[in-house]
Design a protein around this ligand. Structure first.
Ligand code: FAD
Ligand code: NAD
Length: 405
């Protein structure tokens, strides 16, 4: 047994980080290296389920599980702490309560909301970021319903604005339209007084996605009460609502809740660590190392991979994050064993599915369009597969989605 074993340090226990750990703990022996996983919580959450927890259609405990339940304790040391700084010249990571040296570093601390410097968003808007963020959104919406009185119809409490009609905004709306009737019943609110607005700067909902599928989603959401403001950009968020612009015109829209779901950028800790980034994301080499760094891998939403077919970055997704984790784990193992050849990451994009509430969805999977129940079933299969890839069948049994009707 080596006295001073090489240290593989993984930052972040999201899809990218936890999948890397799952692969490494299977493929290397305890005597070969020490694997250290650092995450700010002692649980992993399914980021892809946070829209459900935010609305309250899924309890937030259903969307998370203990990290300890999926790691092999003889191989992996887990540290619950906040990563504060990466000091690459000293090969160490500064945490809120200690510091950790590394021989190999895997950076997988995800993304943060992109606010484009828009005034008031950080102060007044809610963002779908993590379990606590989701809890705050759910509680806030409920409190707005509790404060509302039908007699004053101008009351903006139950006007909810969603900024951004990308996948996150649309999935959130899909849950919200199903939850609102329950909230109305619970808080004696006339459903006719609830306003749900979706404000999207681009000329279409889900820009770039298949038109027929977008049309299906828009019709369904409109039928359930969503008012779309397309080609309209949020310019400011205030204590009482938002200011939008459409062409030359500016309008103030009062709202009790503003959800900002207009994109993400890489976690700033990465660029603050002196690693070159674009919108906070590291344009990684083919082997997933940061350019010029021999022992630092960057994966998941902190990284940027170019699609050579159109020379544009792949959208950051859990799908890519988990695939990168496979290649990253192989490459860390190769370096550890002194091998010269590292594998090149090749994304295998199987498609995308956008949920529209628990029992509806749209999707393009293996080039095939899906709508309604088949798409919704596919989404559950994808959700369960992500659990399986980290924790096998026991985790699927514990946390999986089986409510198919
Ligand atoms: P994350 O999964 O976000 O994990 C990052 C981890 O790092 C977290 O555990 C976090 O706590 C930890 N962390 C962050 N900062 C620190 C710090 N300073 N110190 C310590 N730990 C830290 N993608 C899909 O492919 N399919 C989908 O259906 C889908 N649905 C989505 C739905 C929603 C509502 C959202 C918001 C996103 C969705 N995505 C989807 C995108 C997907 O969730 C992300 O691309 C994916 O989570 C990226 O994985 P990651 O491991 O890089 O980051
Ligand atoms: P996004 O970048 O995909 O969409 C953001 C939307 O906000 C865009 O349509 C943009 O035009 C709009 N926008 C930007 N500024 C605006 C403004 N000032 N006012 C109004 N609208 C504005 O971001 P997202 O939806 O948060 O998704 C982030 C990533 O996560 C993407 O890669 C996405 O593919 C992925 N994701 C995937 C799924 C899924 O596969 N089911 C679900 C959620 C998120």
């Amino acid at each position: 047994m080596l006295v001073n074993k090489p240290k593989i340090v993984i930052l972040g226990a999201g899809y990218a980080g936890l999948t890397t750990v799952a692969r490494l703990q299977k493929s290397i022996s305890a005597s070969e290296a020490e694997i250290i996983l650092i995450n700010k919580n002692d649980y992993h959450y399914e980021t892809t389920w946070l829209h459900e927890a935010s609305v309250g259609t899924l309890h937030h405990d259903r969307a998370r599980y203990e990290i300890a339940s999926v790691i092999k304790k003889n191989k992996v040391t887990f540290i619950k702490d906040d990563v504060v700084e990466i000091k690459k010249d000293e090969q160490k990571v500064i945490l809120a309560n200690s510091e950790v040296a590394y021989d190999y570093l895997v950076v997988a601390i995800g993304a943060v909301p992109e606010t484009f410097g828009i005034k008031g968003l950080n102060e007044y808007a809610f963002m779908i970021t993590n379990i606590n963020g989701a809890r705050k959104i759910r509680e806030h919406i409920e409190s707005q319903f509790a404060k509302y009185h039908d007699k004053d119809k101008k009351d903006p409490y139950i006007t909810i604005v969603v900024g951004g009609a990308g996948f996150t905004g649309i999935e959130f709306l899909g849950e919200l339209v199903n939850r609102v009737p329950e909230l109305c019943k619970e808080y004696d609110v006339d459903p006719a007084n609830v306003k749900i607005l979706c404000v999207e700067a681009a000329p279409t909902v889900l820009p770039g996605f298949d038109e027929e599928l977008v049309d299906y989603a828009v019709k369904l959401l409109k039928k359930k009460g969503v008012e779309f403001h397309i080609g309209t950009a949020i310019k400011e968020c205030t204590e009482t609502g938002i200011i939008v612009s459409k062409g030359e015109e500016t309008e103030e829209i009062p709202a009790g809740t503003v959800i900002w779901a207009a994109g993400v950028r890489g976690n700033p800790i990465v660029e603050n660590g002196g690693i070159e980034t674009t919108r906070g994301r590291v344009k990684v080499d083919k082997d997933l190392r940061a350019p010029g760094e021999s022992n630092i891998f960057v994966i998941g939403d902190s990284s940027l991979v170019i699609n050579e077919e159109n020379n544009r970055p792949y959208p950051p997704t859990a799908q890519i994050a988990m695939q990168q984790a496979d290649t990253c784990a192989k490459n860390v193992k190769a370096l550890l064993r002194g091998e010269q050849h590292l594998a090149a990451f090749k994304p295998d994009i199987k498609g995308s599915v956008c949920s529209l509430g628990e029992h509806d969805a749209i999707g393009l999977v293996f080039g095939k369009k899906l709508m309604g129940t088949p798409a919704s079933l596919m989404k559950k299969v994808i959700d369960n597969r992500a659990l399986f890839m980290v924790g096998g069948a026991p985790l699927v049994v514990k946390k999986g989605k089986f409510n198919i009707l």
